[in-house]
Design a protein around this ligand. Structure first.
Ligand code: S3P
Length: 186
């Protein structure tokens, strides 16, 4: 099916950031379908490249190694913009903003949207998740509360748009991102 609502991003990506469970992957897929822009899901690409699940990379090589892979992938994506391959949607992992170099790349290479979702909603949306090493603990509420507190300023620094989307369905979020992206690139 032809995409119904393409956006002229002038060769730059639309980037989705936020904590685990905020809806990046689902929104990314739907936005990709609507606009015809390919979806780059960073976690999936890293898993494919390394041939291992994220949780196994954390267990075997450690979080630092995973963070290095994230940065390498971002640099690669940024380079590909100059080759005319930047017209994509990027769904990031929740911790991508931890490194300053990543925040700088994300902010300068495209339009970056932060889905700011409250902890109870994140908890509900991650309740069945088994492949998130940082959530392998009985007290997910406490972990998510701490991560949100630590990372909120980093998401804020990186994003061009903050969408408070705890009480908006994923379906209703998509047109908001679409419209904001159109305006950003106009
Ligand atoms: C992480 C989030 C995960 C994944 C990894 C680390 C984090 O991605 O990159 O488990 O530090 O918040 P999602 O946000 O897509 O779950």
């Amino acid at each position: 099916m032809e995409p119904c609502f393409p956006i002229d991003t002038k060769g730059h990506p639309i980037i989705l950031i936020g904590l685990m469970g905020c809806g990046k992957t689902t929104i990314g897929k739907e936005l990709s379908r609507m606009t015809g822009m390919p979806l780059i899901d960073m976690d999936s690409i890293i898993e494919e490249q390394i041939g291992k699940k994220i949780s196994d990379i954390f267990r075997d090589e450690g979080e630092g190694h995973f963070r290095a892979l994230e940065t390498a992938l971002l640099r690669y994506i940024e380079n590909s913009i100059s080759e005319g391959k930047g017209n994509v949607i990027i769904s990031t992992g929740g911790g991508v903003v931890l490194k300053k170099i990543n925040r700088d790349i994300l902010r300068r290479m495209g339009f970056t949207v932060w889905f700011d979702v409250d902890v109870p909603t994140l908890l509900e949306r991650t309740s069945r998740s088994q492949n998130r090493p940082l959530l392998q603990s009985p007290d997910r509420f406490e972990i998510l509360t701490r991560l949100l507190k630590e990372r909120a300023p980093l998401y804020a620094e990186t994003a061009h748009l903050k969408l408070e989307s705890s009480h908006i369905s994923v379906q209703d979020t998509i047109p908001l991102v679409h419209e904001a992206a159109k305006q950003f690139f106009a």
